[in-house]
Design a protein around this ligand. Sequence first.
Ligand SMILES: *[C@@H]1O[C@H](CO)[C@@H](O)[C@H](O)[C@H]1NC(C)=O
Ligand SMILES: *[C@@H]1O[C@H](CO)[C@@H](O)[C@H](O)[C@H]1NC(C)=O
Ligand SMILES: *[C@@H]1O[C@H](CO)[C@@H](O)[C@H](O)[C@H]1NC(C)=O
Ligand SMILES: *[C@@H]1O[C@H](CO)[C@@H](O)[C@H](O)[C@H]1NC(C)=O
Length: 811
Amino acid sequence: MRSQAMLWSALLLPLFLFLGQSSSQEFQGRMTCGRCDERLFCNCSSLNYQRIPRVTVVKVLTLDLSLNDITLVAEDDLREYRWLQTLDLHSNKIKNIQETSFILLEGLQSLDLSSNQLDSLSPVWFSKLLFLQNLNLLGNSYRTLGPEGKLPVFRFLNRLRTLRFGNPELEAVRRGDLAGVTQLNELEVYGNNLKRYEPESLGDLWPLGVVILHLRGPFQDDLDLVSSILHDVSNPKTFLVIADVLLTEEHSVRPLAETKERRVRSMLFRNSTLTDDAIVGFLKAMDGAPIEFVGTVDTLFQGTGSWFSARKTRHDNLDTVYLRNIQVVDAYRFTSFLNLWFLLKLLRQVSLINCKVFVMPCLTAHLLGSNLEYLDLSSNLLTDLTLKESLCHGSGVLRNLRVLNVSDNALKSLQLVSQLVVRMHKLVHLDVSQNAYSVMPRVCSWPLSLTHLNISWAKLRMVTSCLPWSLEVLDLGHNDLTFFHNVAFPALRELHLFGNKLMRLPPGSLFPNLEILLIQSNSLNMFGPGDLRHYKRLSELQAGQNSFVCSCEFVSFMVNMLGGPAEGSVELTDRPENYLCDSPLHLQDQRVDRVYLSVLECHRVLLVSTLCGFTLFLGILVVIVLWKLHVMWYVKMMWAWLKAKQKSRMRQNADGEADPLICYDAFVSYSERDVEWVEEFLVPEMENSQPPLSLCLHKRDFLPGHWIVDNIINSMERSRRTLFVLSEHFVHSEWCRYELDFSHFRLFDGNADAAILVLLEPISKDNVPKRFCKLRKLMSSRTYLEWPQDEEKRSDFWTKLRLAVRGEDEH
Ligand SMILES: *[C@@H]1O[C@H](CO)[C@@H](O)[C@H](O)[C@H]1NC(C)=O
Ligand SMILES: *[C@@H]1O[C@H](CO)[C@@H](O)[C@H](O)[C@H]1NC(C)=O
Ligand SMILES: *[C@@H]1O[C@H](CO)[C@@H](O)[C@H](O)[C@H]1NC(C)=O
Ligand SMILES: *[C@@H]1O[C@H](CO)[C@@H](O)[C@H](O)[C@H]1NC(C)=O
């Protein structure tokens, strides 16, 4: 027994192991990534993959495998990805790419292999990537671009538009390394430790649109090498970015003279350290150069701004200065820009972004004077007070300013900023977003030229007529607005209201020219064709991320809208997955265009009202039918009968009698109007006969003090027969009807011959109302005695009647 069990477990165990392995991890350690969306984009980033995984969809277009632990790209790893357009493998640990790994990716347009551990590059990898446009090879450990004397690495990449290569290990760039690349627009070279550069290695590429050169080492050790590179890449059309450099001496900027020769117009320093000497050196080196744009980004400035020694240099073409993220080491020693008048007076566009500027003295504004058209002081430390100084108390010094950006400062008064700009008669665009505005005053004064106003990311709660009528683009996004229905903007084309608390669309009649409305992330419950109709010219709407109530009208409307531009040609330009139902509860978080609402839910009112109507109709019909058939009357009768029966039974039980005592021969049912006949003829004839017949007459024999119905029933039960004296009066008498009816019930009780009909006057059966169907039936089923008008025949009548009452036959 035991050995058998062991055998089984020995057989089964490997099977379980195998199953367990194959469900979590594919054969050969390849996992499956399921994070793909309907745009055929698989985001398999940051999932610790060690090999390229499979994905759950076919024909993937974009595959993001960045930030994993992949070390190897093997030959077959990408076999199922032949439709790929973008492959991102940055920040892995790839050491090895087998030669034919990319061979099937013929449609690939972007390949990112940056930040890996490749120590050599092979031309064979790229030999089939004929459509590759973007290639990033930064941040690896190769020392050259392919082995010397072999096929150039990029030989086949004729369509390459963007190429980034180099790393801290890169030692040499040789002539012919970039052979084959002919249509390049953007080139980034990381050569911070570059030792060798063969002249003209990059020379065949120009004219390049953007060149980014990381040349920290060469700028320190080998200025000739730098000159040589700058000579090759510079061109009037080139935007030149020099990164990671440390420029401290006046002579260290000497190679930049090369760009003057090549007539470069735009130059930006990035992630660099600069000193006063370097800047003076730069100004001298560029003396008389055609340079128009100078900028620095992410710069450490070690200096005091004393550049006066360069005052004789000429920079007549200088137009734009762009400074962002500058850290000034000795900020408190920094002199003002006042001695830079020779530069300031030239400038048309100045950006000082995130430079810890807390004030720009009014004098500086005077120097910038009338040339300045564009001033960006965003992300600084300006307050209402210092802004007042910076704009010279609103005296209109910067009279040609067209764009003013003071976004992301510490401004609080909207009224003040309006007063400060009101004399800038050419101001078109004012960006005061990301400030601390919390109230909008009733009235403000703005220049008439103002068409673009950005007050987003503040804390405004309502909109007033402070805002100028002239606006064409208004951004009030990310405020606390709860309603917007009181101010009209006749010229407005674009309105941004995302991230507020609006419950409904603002009335379209306020914006007769509005073309674009962005109102995502508010509290809209729904909107519909009725709301959109008033927007006469609206073509683009974004309204996702609201708490929609998915009613039937709304859902069907949205299905139409999201299906494409329909009626009114308003197009929803944000993505359908932003439109989710918030209520009803069972539809929460489902996409509005995907929910299913049943007919019951959709036409509830109609359904209920139809049902109600139908029920009402049926009820009325039933009542009519009942009335026509006198059912009520019958029911009433039946009820009275049952009650009376019950009462009499109870009485019987109380009296202890088993059977009702028969004490009359006949109960006479007659109409009050026929009393004469009964008393004059019937009673004498019957009661005086031999032997006498006893009659029960209600007038004479009913027990006083009892309910009449009880009396009737009692009397009938205690009589052997019921004699109906039929006449027109009888037919119309209510009590007679009862009596007739009770006798009918007695018929059911088994007394088949209990009823005797006497026809006092000739009434045809058809004259009897239909409801007396019983009487009619009796009349037609039973022979009745007719009261003869002829006196001679009366004795015959009496004889027959007596016989009938006694229950004997004539013979
Ligand atoms: C991909 O996923 C990563 C990690 O989950 C995320 O940080 C990243 O934003 C995603 N990328 C895109 C484009 O959605
Ligand atoms: C900036 O330059 C320094 C010095 O070369 C370098 O270490 C650093 O990585 C650079 N930073 C960025 C963001 O490129
Ligand atoms: C103003 O500056 C902010 C922050 O730097 C920026 O987002 C915005 O685009 C700028 N506005 C204009 C009109 O340039
Ligand atoms: C308004 O400013 C915000 C923040 O500075 C910016 O993101 C937004 O794009 C601007 N709006 C317009 C319409 O330019």
